[in-house]
Design a protein around this ligand. Structure first.
Ligand code: FES
Length: 246
């Protein structure tokens, strides 16, 4: 994709999305058991993230270099590089923040100051599926808190804990920007909308079996919006759901 302007005055870049972000970021949307949303948030949590993975090696070194090439100086790449470290390990440890500081030739305290400002960065390891339940006004009026409690109950966890099987961490979050489709739940960056208490066990079972990707053959009659082909392509078929388009 052409992304003129992304790097300000430094010119145009002709990079594919997969070159910038890596492949496999966003799979097709789930199509059963709840109303799926049309929103593709930027997913920084992968089910296969590894808390002990080496940072910035192999393909990740290449991605780091690609990210850096898009910015006029190293400091400007701070957030994308933190995102990359977060994606690799699923959270930002002190060591990860120091590694980012090393790569960007920044003071470790400066990197920590930024990393700890944003609540979207996990500061502890999380389960394979990070379930973020919105309990802000619109969702709460429609049972968001009950949905949150149901996720905790069915995963046997307290907020922020990893379930015994390592599959889930449930968190309460503020508005996910999908207020028209309460209760909104974000799982590893994928939005699930109109989630209710009754749908929670099914959603958890489905995530365990298939992750956030759809079941094979389940796309019939559904809307899917995918950027997984690395080109940001959106494809749609007829929808039987009332799921939003973001
Ligand atoms: S209040 Fe829940 S998404 Fe906005």
């Amino acid at each position: 994709m052409k992304n003129p302007g992304w790097a300000g005055e430094t010119g145009e870049f002709d990079l594919t999305e997969s070159e910038v972000r890596g492949a496999g970021y966003v799979g097709p949307q789930p199509t059963e058991g709840w109303e799926h949303g049309g929103v593709n948030a930027v997913p920084y949590v992968h089910a296969d993230s590894d808390p002990d993975a080496p940072l910035f090696q192999g393909p990740y070194r290449k991605r780091l270099d690609t990210i850096m090439s898009r910015y006029p100086n190293k400091r400007a790449a701070l957030l994308p590089v933190l995102n990359l470290a977060h994606e690799i390990r699923g959270y930002l440890s002190q060591e990860s923040m120091d590694a980012v500081a090393h790569e960007l030739e920044e003071a470790p305290a400066a990197v920590r100051g930024v990393a700890t400002f944003y609540t979207m960065y996990n500061r502890r390891p999380v389960g394979r599926h990070l379930v973020q339940v919105c309990t802000n006004v619109a969702c709460n009026l429609c049972g968001g808190h009950e949905v949150f409690e149901a996720f905790l109950q069915h995963t046997g966890t307290e907020p922020g804990q990893i379930s015994e099987d390592g599959e889930f961490t449930v968190m309460e979050v503020e508005c996910l920007g999908a207020c028209g489709f309460p209760t909104a739940v974000q799982v590893n960056g994928r939005y699930f909308e109109n989630v209710d208490v009754a749908g929670v066990p099914d959603l958890l079972a489905r995530l365990k079996r298939h992750g956030v990707d759809p079941v094979d053959g389940a796309a019939e009659g559904a809307t899917s919006t995918s950027t997984s082909n690395g080109e940001g392509t959106k494809s749609k078929s007829k929808s039987k759901s009332t799921g939003g388009e973001g």
